[in-house]
Design a protein around this ligand. Structure first.
Ligand code: NAG
Ligand code: NAG
Ligand code: NAG
Ligand code: NAG
Length: 589
């Protein structure tokens, strides 16, 4: 009932505005917020540099957060983290399909009444969304219940979400409408401009999210199996994305950048990744075409960026609007011998674009570490909202020159990265394994990882559900090809950061023990759990030799008892954290 009333209000307001051309000033001067959220957009394959309008209107006018991370590299868990401000281990939405994920799991966990749009409405914002919200939000369950917190919304629905030429949208309380033969991103653009006008006419500060499906693969809707049947990935057909006709000819020479980890001669990593065959020339060529299609599909998104900015300018509100450009998770194509997809903890999958322009945001780029769980608190802060703050796993992203400067010495240096489930190849070639099998997905892709970045170190530490480990030093090995984790204790010990690995590893493991199940403030400041005295804030602090005895005496390390498809606590090994109590030793709690 509520949104019908506000719709009526919107129509009334819009009539007034067009008759009298009222200036947009109103009592409430809080800024507007526009989020443009793409699907599966990479940072590491240069997709951003193929978007000139994004550069002109957002990058050249704001700050590029180069060390921004998603914490779970797949759409639905990542989007739920984004809109609830919580890591996936605290939302327990860890997959794209039920029983462990998707829109039904989001609802079952109670998040539909406890997420950003609800908090923003309580703060007096009007709220708008168009495009893809979550996976398994379908033509059957769209109204059972309807996503709450939106003044006006127009969602893309499964199984047609990823059909570039047959999108199905669902507006407010109205039934789904099919757009057969129209180009999804162009339909979305018109909807976005309409919602923007509604927001402007309501003469309140507004929040608008525009979530195109590009550059996600095109998914054949008739191969979508009903969620929960366990056969969800067996026959699913995911092809290269489809660009708008006007962009089909672009970038004929573009190829996936040939970085060190591009289809390497030696297999990478551990677990199923170490069993991938080298890609043949035919597959590499297919993947390059897939890559070009992604760049072409992004052009219609680039046009939306300009469409929104010029409209904000015409309405006279551009200077009082934050524009946040990001994506749900990253993407790999041919790196580490992987066919197109995500779900890994490699940089390609987790280090993603985040660009913000708006009041007081300086022009430039920054390496302060930020993650998707930080976006909800950032938006709450912009909105001066009072509700929604409790239990958030992130902290507001520094936006002004001063905040950015201060954060260099005070902001966290870690990102908690986690995944449950399967590795899913997109495109026609699936995964080819060293035993001659071709598989539609890789099982046992469940892991906990810690990404840690400062001016002196740059590490990724991962513990897999198979209890294999990885440790990469990205300063010396940006391609993540040389796993430093010792495979045998009989080999001569290596140094890392100028000290023996046996001193660094227990520190990383102890921190991961905290971050993998952190909650609220302990996610923001996990060292405070191990060192309650508060004198350790970074890995550098923890490496102080006076803690050597404590760290080498910790008996329990991060491990799994079993590989699961979801967050099953009993299979996730020890849960207790070692706490440093005094300089004479340590004790475990
Ligand atoms: C397009 O989507 C509608 C449902 O919204 C469906 O009935 C129709 O068969 C689809 N067409 C194609 C070509 O997939
Ligand atoms: C989608 O998949 C179905 C079933 O495999 C097939 O018959 C149909 O041709 C496919 N459609 C497209 C557009 O590829
Ligand atoms: C996956 O993990 C399960 C349980 O931990 C194990 O039984 C199975 O052998 C593993 N499968 C593969 C392919 O490694
Ligand atoms: C997460 O959800 C699954 C599926 O409903 C459930 O089995 C599991 O116990 C939940 N995990 C936690 C830690 O609550």
């Amino acid at each position: 009932m509520k949104f019908i009333q506000s719709l009526a209000l919107a129509f009334a307001a819009s009539a007034v505005a067009s008759e009298q051309q009222l200036p947009l000033q109103h009592g409430d001067q809080r800024p507007n917020i526009v989020v443009i959220l793409t699907d599966d957009q990479d940072l590491h394959m240069d997709s951003i540099s193929y978007m000139p309008l994004l550069k002109k209107h957002v990058i050249d006018q704001g700050t590029f957060y180069k060390s921004h991370y998603c914490t779970t590299a797949i759409c639905c868990p990542s989007r739920v983290t984004l809109w609830t401000g919580r890591n996936a281990h605290n939302t327990n939405v860890t997959d794209v399909f039920p029983p462990y994920g998707g829109y039904p799991k989001f609802v079952a966990q109670g998040w539909n009444s406890n997420w950003l749009p609800v908090w923003l409405q309580a703060a007096g914002y009007s709220t708008y969304y168009t495009g893809k919200l979550f996976n398994s939000h379908t033509v059957d369950n769209w109204n059972n219940p309807h996503p709450s917190g939106w003044t006006s919304s127009d969602f893309l629905l499964d199984p047609h979400t990823y059909q570039y030429l047959n999108a199905t949208f669902q507006r407010n309380d109205r039934p789904p409408v099919s757009h057969e033969g129209e180009y999804s991103t162009d339909v979305l653009a018109e909807k976005a401009y309409g919602l923007l006008e509604e927001g402007v006419n309501l003469r309140q500060p507004f929040f608008l999210t525009i979530a195109p499906v590009a550059p996600h693969s095109d998914v054949n809707a008739s191969t979508f199996v009903k969620p929960g049947t366990g056969k969800d990935l067996d026959g699913i057909i995911m092809n290269a994305p489809i660009p708008a006709d006007r962009h089909k000819h672009l970038f004929p020479e573009a190829m996936v950048p040939r970085t060190a980890n591009f289809n390497p001669d030696k297999p990478s990593s551990v677990s199923w990744l170490s069993r991938l065959d080298k890609l043949t020339d035919e597959v590499v060529a297919y993947n390059d075409n897939f890559y070009r299609r992604r760049l072409q599909a992004l052009q219609a998104v680039d046009e939306i960026v300009e469409g929104i900015v010029t409209r904000l300018e015409d309405y006279g509100i551009l200077d009082n609007t934050y524009i946040i450009y990001s994506t749900d998770n990253g993407y790999h194509i041919s790196q580490h011998r992987l066919n197109p997809g995500k779900e890994c903890s490699f940089e390609e999958d987790i280090n993603i674009p985040l660009i913000i322009r708006g009041p007081h945001v300086p022009i430039g780029e920054t390496k302060v570490v930020t993650a998707h769980a930080d976006l909800a608190p950032t938006i709450l802060k912009i909105a001066s909202a009072k509700e929604g703050w409790s239990g958030l796993d992130g902290s507001p992203i520094p936006l002004s020159e001063k905040e950015l400067e201060d954060s260099k010495s005070s902001r966290q240096e870690h990102v908690n990265v986690e995944f449950w489930g399967r590795g899913i190849p997109e495109g026609i070639y699936k995964f080819s394994l060293d035993d001659g099998k071709i598989v539609a997905y890789a099982p046992n892709n469940t892991y906990k990882a810690l990404r840690i970045i400062s001016s002196s170190y740059n590490l990724l530490y991962t513990v897999w559900c198979s209890n294999e480990h990885e440790l990469y030093d990205l300063n010396t090995d940006p391609g993540q090809l040389k796993n430093l984790y010792p495979t045998s204790k009989f080999l001569p010990e290596q140094n890392l950061l100028g000290i023996p690995l046996s001193k660094v590893l227990p520190r990383l493991d102890a921190l991961l023990m905290v971050t993998k199940s952190c909650k609220g403030q302990t996610c923001v400041n996990p060292w405070s759990v191990i060192h309650p005295a508060g004198n350790v804030k970074t890995l550098g602090d923890a490496l102080n030799p006076r803690f050597d005895g404590f760290y080498t005496s910790i008996s329990e390390s991060v491990r799994f008892d079993k590989c699961e498809l979801g967050y099953i606590l009993e299979s996730e090994g020890p849960q207790s954290v070692a706490i440093f109590q005094d300089d004479t030793g340590g004790s475990e709690l």
